[in-house]
Design a protein around this ligand. Structure first.
Ligand code: AVJ
Length: 337
C-alpha cells in the first residue's frame, strides 16, 4: 500500500497500482455519468468538482493571482499576521494536516512558524492529485530540512481515516482557501461534524472562510476583466469535448457570475447565447438548448461572522479564535472540539 519515494523524510501513500487503475476508471465513469445526469436535468447543471483537470487546475492558479480575486492574497496576509498566535494556541508540536493541499503555497507560512517554535514538524497533505502531492512535497522538503512529509493521495474522508498515528501529539487540520464555500451550509456543517468525530478531542481545525460583502466586489472576483474565470468555467465544456467527444462551441456560451445576497452565494453559470443542439458522442446524447438557457456550474457560499459561529455550534466545535484582514474581506478560524 505504501510507496517510499525518499526513505527518510518522505512517504507517499496511495493504493496498489491495480486499485489506482480501478480508481482512474471509476473517476472516468463518475465524470461521464455526472455529465449525463446534469445535462439531462431541468435546470441543467455540471458539478464544480469537474473543474480541476490539468487545464482547469492551471487556470485556477491563474485566478489566484488576479487583481480582482482577493481571497488568495487576503488569506495569505491573515496567515502571516496570525501564524505565531496559531502556534501559541495549539501548544505542543502538532501533526499538521492539510485538506486539498494543492501547491501548498500558503501553508508555508504556518510550516515556517511551527518549525521556528518546535524545531521539527510532520506535515500530512491530503489531495486527490498524486502529481500535485509529489511536486509540492519535494519543494517543501527542499526548503525545510527539518520537515517530514507523509502525503496521502485520497479524497478528504478516506485521507482523514488513514492519518498516521503519532503518540502524544495533537493534530491541526488546515482547510484553506474557502473551499468550504462549495458546500451548501447544511453540507458544510455535516462535513465538519464528521471531521470533529474522526479527529477526537486532540484535533483542532484552522478554516479559511470567505465573508459576505458588497455584490460588486464579489461579482468582479468571479468575472475578471482578463476573462480568466470565464475560461475556467468554459473549461468544463472543453473537457466534455476532449474526454467525451462533445461538440460544444465555447463561443456560443456566455460566462455569468451573480451574487444572491439572500442566499449569500455567488453562482456561476454558462448561458447559451442562442438555440442549439450539442451532440456528445460518448453519451450517445444530443443536448438541446433554448436561447438564454443556463448550465449552473458552481456555488460559492459566503459567511457572516454570525453564520461562522452557527457553523461551529452545529458541528460541535468551539470557535476559539478568529482573524480578519483590515477590510474584513476574509476570515481564518481556529476551531476546537
Ligand atoms: C476553490 C471553491 C474556493 O469559490 O472562490 C474561483 C473556486 N471559482 N473562481 C471559489 C473559484 C471561480 C473557489 N474555491
Amino acid at each position: 500500500m505504501r510507496r517510499a519515494i525518499e526513505e527518510e523524510r518522505f512517504v507517499l501513500v496511495d493504493s496498489l497500482s491495480r486499485e489506482v487503475r480501478a480508481d482512474a476508471k471509476r473517476a472516468d465513469d463518475d465524470f461521464r455519468e455526472s455529465v449525463r445526469a446534469g445535462l439531462t436535468a431541468t435546470p441543467k447543471s455540471l458539478s464544480c468538482r469537474h473543474f480541476y483537470d490539468a487545464e482547469g487546475s492551471a487556470l485556477f492558479e491563474q485566478i489566484c493571482a488576479l487583481p480582482e480575486y482577493y481571497p488568495t492574497r487576503t488569506e495569505a496576509a491573515i496567515l502571516r499576521a496570525c501564524a505565531s498566535d496559531v502556534v501559541e494556541c495549539v501548544g505542543a508540536a502538532p501533526q499538521l494536516v492539510e485538506l486539498g493541499s494543492g501547491s501548498a503555497e500558503k501553508t508555508r507560512i504556518l510550516i515556517r512558524a511551527f518549525l521556528e517554535r518546535h524545531g521539527e514538524l510532520g506535515f500530512v497533505p491530503i489531495d486527490i492529485s498524486p502529481d500535485a502531492l509529489v511536486q509540492s512535497s519535494y519543494a517543501l522538503l527542499n526548503d525545510f530540512p527539518a520537515l517530514d512529509v507523509h502525503a496521502i493521495a485520497a479524497q478528504y474522508v478516506d485521507g482523514i481515516a488513514g492519518l498516521p498515528v503519532v503518540e502524544g501529539s495533537s493534530r491541526l487540520v488546515l482547510w484553506l482557501g474557502s473551499s468550504i464555500g462549495n458546500a451548501d451550509r447544511a453540507e458544510a456543517a455535516a462535513f465538519l461534524t464528521q471531521l470533529h468525530r474522526s479527529l477526537g478531542e486532540q484535533g483542532a481545525m484552522l478554516v479559511g472562510i470567505d465573508l459576505r460583502k458588497d455584490a460588486s466586489v464579489l461579482e468582479r472576483a468571479y468575472d475578471d476583466a482578463a476573462g480568466v474565470t470565464a475560461r475556467f468555467n468554459k473549461n468544463l465544456l472543453a473537457r466534455i469535448n476532449r474526454e467525451l467527444g462533445g461538440a460544444f462551441d465555447l463561443d456560443r456560451f456566455e460566462h455569468r457570475a451573480t451574487y444572491d445576497a439572500e442566499l449569500g452565494r455567488v453562482e456561476m453559470h454558462l448561458v447559451a447565447r442562442d438555440e442549439m443542439t450539442v451532440p456528445i458522442r460518448a453519451l450517445e446524447l444530443d443536448v438541446a438548448f433554448r436561447a438564454g438557457e443556463s448550465i449552473h456550474t458552481e456555488n460559492s457560499y459566503k459567511y457572516s461572522t454570525d453564520e461562522i459561529q452557527e457553523l461551529a455550534d452545529a458541528s460541535g466545535f468551539r470557535l476559539e479564535a478568529q482573524w480578519f484582514d483590515e477590510s474584513k474581506l476574509f476570515s481564518v478560524n481556529l476551531l476546537r472540539p
